[in-house]
Design a binder for this molecule. Structure first.
Ligand code: MGD
Ligand code: MGD
Ligand code: SF4
Ligand code: MO
Length: 884
């Protein structure tokens, strides 16, 4: 019998926390942490805690659609099968492609990869993990012979030094970060953060190295040389288990003179650099964990290898509390790599070697296995643009937003003969370019497995029925395979069948050659698969494996790990027209293009508008003001953002969040400005380092529109929308004289007979305040100004919840000021507990003076802890204000 609760896995980050969800409850039911899950032991971060706010049906794609009209599944699937077959017949298998995602489940992914590489016969299936993990994958293969993360999360708790490189762990992997912090305090371990920005992760760091963008290779090569020079090596380990040290050292030495020269190259203080080297040298138990600041770089692969080199030299790998550790991004980034989702690898960690292809042909009983790698993401979309790829099927990703040079990607898709998109929601930027939309079952509606950063395979389990005609991805792909004539080899009745085949393949003709082996799970019954407990691969009859390579044996031909030589490139001259470096990344409470997190009013309120961050000196030089608007221009495109002038940003750098798209803003997508330059080995885009410039933008008017109705794209140069409890909030600005100031009736038409209007128009001062009241409640309001301040959004948002507006409030709508005693409560600081800045400021005013006591009296910061740095900021700000 099914339990009333389903244990499943969070669909967001690669930490892979276990969650518990009620079965059969109404959509929107609260989701909690799974106490029995080894990753999180019941804890969840803000995004995980608020999953319940994102499981409604708003925006869902419920039926197959063809060019905007509803069609039946049969018609859609037949057409896809026929189109792909015709194009392959006429132009060969490489004229078609799949572009998939680390948000698919392993079973979905396995079937998609099998169809493309095993039966259509092309290598052209690539994944958004190309944008995310491919540099780490390539470096693992170079160093270890296979894409393997040697360590586990416990290593973060057992280390005496943790080095976080290019990782904003506090925001992007909050539960792993909380585990690390708790243990750090207990062990008195040190934390070093290497990031050009001062992020929330730096708050607890013993040392922050604000490295110059793109210079991590120089830093780690310097560390490598210094460790060797100071005799901090493990000669036995190096002699018995590695190869290539001499070449690697001499290459590193070529680029390394002294500490002070290296510090200068990295833009660091030489004393800080020396401290870092000393701490690394003296601490046996060191974990170096890295993420997109390292991977998303033109030297991403070399950088990862430079980190690995330091661990091999000191023999600090595969033992408790030490090792290089690639933190994965998406919930199934790792699972996708296991099934060969990247264009340059085959399933089950097999390569495109003659034996690899032959093994796969025997296993799948096919003579069509692709014999050479397919196109990597950026090249794939280039091939779409030139017409080499004529049909493309995109699953579970939004490339028109997330690829570099995003407007080019949009145009490429528009010119493509045939674009299919499988997604859960209807209105994405990519959906607007697709010929056929297929409704996919979403998280909570589908079954399968995901693998987290520490190689832990966890089940995702359904606890709701898919809405409308939505279907799981494995089913959709299998149906197309069947219609393309491959019914016999795609006979799956459910994800358990697929998982068993995948597990069997991992052990097929393996004989210990590949670490990825879960063949011990190949014989699970359906019931055992249903009950599968989280387990780390490789799995044998005794169970999972938490650490690899402790025995010094590596899956290379010689059995030895490889040092990899690299010389840092000469830094590119900053171009006159583009003197700044544009960095981009994540915010605490949003997930990628906001398909899910954007639905949660609580999550949306922490960072309501996309702000571009800039250092004060750069802002001053460009005439840009804090809180105003700026245009960021690159050689590929431009974007418009609200400005945040902050000391967290280093001089010469800009930072923008990646979450906004054309569905949620006019021009605040990051991808439209990002250059399409990639690492030459991995093909991973250098998202963090686009040459750019920033210019002030002086709006002719600014406004916001608060409404119970969603509107289609407002017609002005700047707009951004965010979801509220019971409505939407649109920030608007007119950037040119062509942007006429809106009037409430041009935004939404409401029947005159039903509404009562409140209006204040001061043409001389350029102020307009309009509100409409329907059934006694606020229906909507528009607040506009040419030069002055706008009223408090939080106050007006609060009015949406009122069941009746009295005369005082109506009057206040006209003045734009809340009536006495009815101020706004501020924005959400602690998303988990729903605590706003107002409550925290009140506690500070009452004399609470540290994060812990504020937590004790308000609850803020007591769950996942990722808002503690913000609370600390409020305390500090209050103190500074009091002192002034
Ligand atoms: N809240 C939230 N969490 C997420 C996600 C999300 O969308 N939202 N997405 C998930 C996914 S898919 C991923 S890939 C991960 C990403 O997780 P992270 O990699 O931690 O996140 P990012 O913000 O992309 O970038 C990390 C940091 O790299 C820094 N950086 C930029 N250039 C350099 C450089 O040259 N050197 C160094 N050392 N650092 C640099 C940036 O300033 C940034 O602070 O997060 C996962 N978790
Ligand atoms: N400028 C800049 N760009 C970046 C990055 C950066 O740091 N800077 N980071 C890059 C990285 S690391 C990543 S991972 C990407 C992420 O970028 P994307 O993958 O484009 O982002 P998402 O919004 O997660 O898109 C996932 C889509 O899949 C849908 N979906 C969710 N679950 C399912 C499912 O089960 N089945 C199907 N069929 N669809 C589903 C969602 O509705 C959503 O539309 O962005 C990359 N782009
Ligand atoms: S850390 Fe947060 S987003 Fe990541 S898996 Fe855990 S609950 Fe989900
Ligand atoms: Mo990612």
């Amino acid at each position: 019998m099914k339990q009333p609760f389903a244990k499943t896995t969070c669909p967001y980050c690669g930490v892979g926390c276990g969650v518990v969800a009620p079965r059969g409850a109404a959509r929107g039911a609260r989701i909690s942490g799974d106490i029995s899950h080894p990753v999180n032991a019941g804890r969840l971060c803000s995004k995980g805690s608020l999953l319940g706010e994102t499981t409604g049906l708003e925006g869902r794609l419920l039926h197959p659609m063809k060019k905007g009209a509803r069609v039946g599944w049969d018609e859609a699937l037949d057409e896809i099968a026929a189109k792909f077959t015709d194009i392959v017949d006429a132009h060969g298998p490489d004229a078609v492609a799949f572009y998939v995602s680390g948000q698919l489940l392993t079973e979905d992914y396995y079937v998609a990869n099998k169809l493309m590489k095993g039966f259509i016969g092309s290598g052209n299936i690539d994944t958004n993990s190309r944008l995310c993990m491919s540099s780490a994958v390539a470096a693992h293969k170079r160093a270890f012979g296979e894409d393997v993360v040697p360590g586990c999360y416990e290593d973060f708790e057992e280390a005496d030094l943790i080095v976080l490189v290019g990782s904003n762990t506090a925001w992007c992997h909050p539960i792993l970060y909380q585990r690390l912090l708790a243990a750090k305090t207990k062990r008195n371990a040190r934390l070093v953060v290497i990031d050009p920005r001062r992020t929330a992760t730096c708050d607890d760091a013993d040392l922050h190295l604000p490295i110059a963008p793109g210079t991590d290779l120089a830093l780690f090569n310097a560390l490598f040389c210094e460790l060797a020079a100071r005799g901090v090596t493990d000669p036995d380990y190096v002699a018995n288990h590695t190869e290539g040290l001499d070449e690697a050292l001499s290459a590193a030495r070529e680029g390394h003179g002294s500490i002070s020269a290296a510090a200068e190259a990295c833009g660091l203080d030489a004393r800080d650099m020396e401290t870092f080297i000393r701490w690394f040298a003296e601490t046996e138990r060191t974990v170096t964990a890295f993420s997109q600041g390292v991977n998303q770089s033109k030297t991403g692969v070399d950088q990862v290898n430079a980190i690995v080199n330091c661990h091999l030299l000191t023999g600090r790998i595969g033992r408790p509390g030490m090792g290089p550790f690639s933190i994965t991004g998406q919930p199934n980034a790792m699972g996708g790599r296991e099934v060969g989702g990247l264009a340059n690898q085959l399933a089950a960690h097999l390569d495109f070697s003659e034996e690899g292809c032959a093994t796969l042909s025997r296993f799948w009983q096919t003579d069509r296995v692709a014999t050479s790698p397919g196109l990597k993401a950026v090249d794939l979309f280039d091939a779409v643009a030139t017409g080499r790829v004529k049909a493309l099927w995109i699953m579970a990703t939004n490339p028109v937003v997330s690829l570099p040079n995003a407007e080019f990607v949009r145009r490429a898709l528009r010119t493509c003969d045939f674009v299919v998109l499988s997604d859960c929601i209807a209105n994405t930027d990519t959906a607007a370019c697709a010929d056929i939309l297929l409704p996919a079952a979403a998280w909570g509606e589908k079954d399968g497995t995901v693998t987290n950063s520490e190689r832990r395979i966890s089940r995702q389990r359904a606890f709701m029925a898919p809405p409308g005609e939505a279907k799981p991805d494995w089913w959709i792909v299998g149906e197309v395979a069947r219609r393309m004539g491959f019914a016999d080899t795609f006979p799956y009745r459910g994800p358990a069948d697929i998982f068993r085949e995948h597990a069997r393949l991992s052990g097929f003709e393996n004989d210990g050659a590949r670490c990825f082996d879960i063949s011990a799970l190949a014989h699970l019954s359906d019931a055992e698969y249903e009950a599968l407990a989280p387990v780390q691969w490789p799995v044998d009859t005794r169970g999972g494996t938490s650490r690899l390579f402790g025995n010094g044996l590596f899956p290379t031909p010689s059995g030895r790990a490889r040092f990899v030589a690299s010389v840092p490139p000469v830094p590119a001259k900053r171009h006159g027209a583009f003197p700044l470096v544009l960095n981009s990344g994540r915010l605490r409470d949003q997930w990628h293009t906001m398909a899910r997190t954007g639905l949660s009013p609580t999550l949306a309120s922490n960072a309501p508008e996309p702000a571009a961050e800039i250092h004060e000196a750069d802002a001053r030089a460009a005439g840009i003001e804090d809180g105003g608007f700026m245009r960021i221009v690159t050689a590929y495109g431009s974007g418009i953002f609200r400005t945040s002038v902050t000391a967290a940003q280093q001089r010469g750098s800009l930072f923008v969040p990646i979450h906004w798209s054309s569905a949620t803003s006019a021009m605040s997508g990051a991808g439209r400005m990002v250059h399409p330059e990639t690492d030459p080995v991995s093909g991973q885009p250098a998202f963090k380092h686009t040459p750019a410039r920033a210019e002030p933008v002086m709006p002719h008017w600014r406004a916001f529109f608060l409404s119970r109705h969603e509107i289609t794209s407002p017609s002005c140069g700047y707009w951004v929308v965010r979801r509220l409890e019971g409505g939407w909030l649109y920030e608007l600005a007119g950037l040119t004289t062509a942007d006429a100031p809106p009037d409430i009736d041009t935004l939404v038409q409401l029947p005159d007979a039903e509404v009562e209007r409140v209006e204040m128009r001061d043409t001389a001062r350029g102020v307009l305040r309009q509100a409409r009241v329907r059934d006694g409640c606020l229906a909507d309001c528009l607040m506009l100004t040419r030069t002055g301040e706008l009223p408090s959004r939080d106050w007006l948002v609060g009015l949406l919840a009122l069941e009746a507006l009295d005369e005082n409030v109506r009057g206040a709508l006209l003045t734009g000021h809340p009536v006495e005693g009815e101020g706004g409560e501020g924005r959400i600081v602690c998303a988990c507990m729903g605590i706003r800045s107002g409550a925290i400021l009140a506690a500070i005013a009452d004399g609470e003076c540290d994060v812990a006591s504020i937590g004790a009296c308000t609850g803020a910061g007591t769950n996942c802890g990722s808002c503690r740095s913000e609370i600390r900021g409020l305390i500090e700000r209050t103190r500074t204000e009091e002192a002034a």
